[in-house]
Design a protein around this ligand. Sequence first.
Ligand code: SER
Length: 867
Amino acid sequence: MDSEQIRERFLRFFERHHHTRIEGASIVPRSDPTLLFVNSGMAPLKRYFTGESTPPATDLCNVQGCIRTKDIDDVGDRHHITFFEMLGSWSIGGYFKRRAVELAWELLTVDLELDPARLYVTVFAGDSGLGLPPDEESAAAWERVGVPRERIVALPAEDNFWGPAGDSGPCGPSTEVFLDTGDTFGPAYVPGGPFDTSRRYIEIWNAGVFMQFDKGLDGVLRPLPFHSVDTGSGLERLQLALNGLDSVYDTDLLAPVVTAVQDALGEPGGVQHHHRVIGDHMRAAVAILAEGVRPGNEGRGYIPRRLIRTSMTLALTRGHERFRPEPIVAAAVARMAAHYPHWAARRGDIAAAAARECEEFQGTVRRGLDHLDEVLDRYDEIPGEEAFRLFATHGLPVEITGEIAAARGVLVDRAGFDTALERHRALSRGAAAEPGTARRTRPDDVLPTALSGTPRTAFLGYDALEAEGRVLALLSGGVPVERAGEGAEVDLVTDRSPFYAEGGGQVGDRGSATAAGGQAEVTDTVAHESGRFLHRARVSAGELRRGDTVHLAVDAGARAMTAANHTATHLLNAALREVLGEHVRQAGSLVEPARLRFDLTHPRPVTRQELARIERLVNAWVLADAPRTVESMAPSDAVAAGAISLPGEEYADEVRVLSFDGFSKELCGGTHVEHTAQIGSFRIVTEQSVAAGVRRIVAVTRERAVELTLDQSAVLAEATAVLRTAPQDLVPAIERLARHARTGTPDSGAAALGRRWDAGVGGVDVTLAEAAGAAAGLRKEAQRLSGDEGRLAVLWLTGGARTNIVASVPERHRERIGAARLLSRITERFGGAGGGNPRIAQGALPAAPDPGVLRDVVAEALGDGAE
Ligand code: SER
């Protein structure tokens, strides 16, 4: 049975049994921060099981592309792959165990024609730790459809309790169907003995996860509001089983990709383990790159990086230095495009991204090899620590180190390498297994019990930028760990901190945390709702441990910018009320080092004149250098004293009232400058609408304000240079250009008039003007001036070695002077040559004419009378 037939038989079976076929989702989860990639058919449907969203029908089925990296080291064996397609069916709050078992049995034995005698099933054996009994109901359902008791195997939670997908969500006991692939793959199962699920018995159908629980981030299982069934079967494995294949790599889904790998490496003949791994990894990388994810060191991007680099390492160690990924990408795309048309549509981008990653890695390896040379000179056997250092600091995979060393007759202590790697992993265990993937504790997460009894974090940052604190907890993926090693990403909780935790529109502080044994960078600080600060930290050297005393240092430069922006926000708020009126209310604000953003209620755009008045007023207050005063008082007293408070905000018993002389008084917990001159300068960048009746102002202070002013001056200077005009003439020149653009004249090669002199000379309207653009445009513009506006025009282009000049005369003045005649008067005076007819004449002067002299020449010419 080919994969297409299996796909269709599966979906038709469930449709026949009243399931609605739905689309598969993107492998990049849309709104699930706990998952890097969709790892099962149910992952995109999580919210249906919790009741947060309503499914389109109770019973559903589909095919879902999935990425699983949990077993990545097993890839290349009989049935592990990284990208796979999962055939799935669901009953959301509908039928339960008995019906699920009946459907599974009918599907496998009737529609897919599997021999019932080769099928084994597993059921959940119960778990006293979780307080859950054995799943007798499923066992009974299997017996009812005809599975003999001795082929029903009860297994513990680690095998038969599935989920959640990610850190939290729906999960429950499961029942799975295995196919006996025969004696070649190991001994038969004897009841009570071990059940070999890696070689002989292959799981082909997770016939039902019985979704009963919602696992919280605290690890606690809470009952779901209703029960559901979630089933899934890997298409590739099912095909292996149905066709009696040796491995999933022999299926029509993977075989063409594996063949492409053999072709690319020039290794025909028997398929080897590394052909399978490269085929799998490149196909999975294609699936990820097709979603627009690009290789990188963090988060999602780390997965395609690892897949491609592992493939490259396998190729390089076999001497394929010129390994190119393109043909393998092409094979994967060609095979899958019928079901994933976007792979084909983005084929070029995918191949280019894969090739780029390969080249980058080759560069890394080349540089790593230089270090390896030095190491090779020193040892007969490279110690594990050295091999690990080459890997960790120079990106050189140990396989490559081993190959190169072997060629020089040097060994590598692989066991020592593994130990060093394991030690490194243990140090950062629990933290991101892969950089950037660490799940952060959110402000509303339930905190681990390890933190109960610890105090709120005392904030010292109004007065200090550096302080000592004690590490109360290191949370890695929300779980407390005793220590965090280099590279680990943890949320650091301390008893006291000078770091401002995000709040009131002001972003959290960044900086560093240094203990005796290590150091971490803090990239952000947020407050948990319990009042404890979560310092988002990444260990950059050594290790941090719970109980350590750490020196916490806020990035003073960033904080100074933030403080200036925060105080400027208050001054802006006051200035808006003064200029626009008391109706102005703050509708949101964001204060960060680079800029401030302020949303205000106001029924119409703020005009340019109003914005200028606001900027002047705020800058006047900055120059007044008003000192900050802070008072604590009851909220009602603060409001009575005229402090601005935010509608809808709840305030504590005591509030902080912040004033700057007579002009600003607000309730605020943020950090501010000590006196307003520290703001330096205040400039508004943009003013625009964000919603009906709400305007948004973005502004900058200090160095940023200076830079903005300089940038704007530079643009002005450039524009005047391009249009060859003075700043005060720029707007008219642009208006003329815009008019031309609208009316379509002059066309390409348009002449943009720069400096221009309009005068009446002897009753004739005369225009003398410099222009930018091409000579053809000059002619057209002169004709337009004479034709449309009845003006005698003399225009010239400057900037070249010679000056092109055009004269044109409107019809009614041609009796007094023709254009050719006028031009010859001009060349007589200024030098150069030219010619034409009475209507228009064109020539070149050695240099730009002086407009005053030119005007005299024109006046004289007109005085001359008719030609
Ligand atoms: N979610 C279950 C699994 O992935 C059933 O689809 O195995």
